[in-house]
Design a protein around this ligand. Sequence first.
Ligand code: SF4
Length: 373
Amino acid sequence: MSPNHDPTAHRPWRQIQRRKSRQVRVGSVLVGGDAPISVQTMTNTSTADAKATIEQIRRAEEAGADIVRVSCPDEESTAALVEIVRAAQVPIVADIHFHYRRAIEAAKAGAACLRINPGNIGSAERVREVVQAAKDHGCSMRIGVNAGSLERELLERYGEPCPEALVESALTHAKILEDHDFREFKISVKASDVFLAVAAYQGLAEACDYPLHIGITEAGGLRAGTVKSSIGLGMLLWSGIGDTIRVSLSADPVEEVKVGYEMLKSLGLRRRGVTVISCPSCARQQFDVIKTVEVLEERLAHITTPLTVSVIGCVVNGPGEATMTDIGFTGGGKGTHQVYLGGVPAHRLKDEAIVDHLVKLVEEKAAAIRAGQ
Ligand code: SF4
């Protein structure tokens, strides 16, 4: 399957029908409608430390983040936001809890979006002021409902956090913004429980057409959080739900971005960089597959052009996989391996310099794709 062909054209089982949602703007990034599903992450530096925050944003951008969120818990944070927004290439979302003044400051500082729940701001006058600031400064908003911080009234009525309670909370916040004639917002209904989060998003997707920011909150560390997020977000994305994603990991934000992209790439919803198809290796391997793939992925991390490479230990699956990738590599006997280009056997390669050779081929292919060849 060359990435230059539509992989769903003759394969209906690959098609995902995305839910039809309104489109909103987060700075230069469109969210919802037919816009590509964007990948977000969040900084974990002190926002008041603009230098450290900008550095972390830069690394997230290099990993492919489309949008980055920063917390604004105090005035020092919103003061630093001006410099942060100016330095960032991606739109910045300001995460606000309760403090309506922080929201107004963040809007003035150039935040592209405010993550704030209008029901938590306080008086109608304060809501009006925040909405006005958002309108004046071209900010969108995200209503972010979280199972861990549901309104007490809902908890009492429903007994515990449940999908219906999350959806009701989201729609109540939405109604407040609608009453202020503001519809430039997306919604999330996150929970750390994967069943709860998925059911809540399914309910919300039915109940409104606002774009949805999907995520499994507090999913855990890199491995457990990736698995949990992939199950929950995979289920939603596969059924067409989700316009922007954030994978919440107790890990470097760069890992969140990488995992988010891998998820979208697995479902054919985004394409970015090199997708390596490799076998787990076994006694039949004719070269060290695991080590080769480990080094190769690192050496190819800078390439953003979408293309596929197969690295397979022996002829059992190598030639077959090679027919579906741009560049194929299959281990052969006596230290002589086979390289495929466009699915066709191209030349043989000795044991030496496998990685160097493959990197060179990938870079050449990426340049050719960029040049439209
Ligand atoms: S492709 Fe070959 S080396 Fe790789 S797992 Fe299969 S049999 Fe083993």
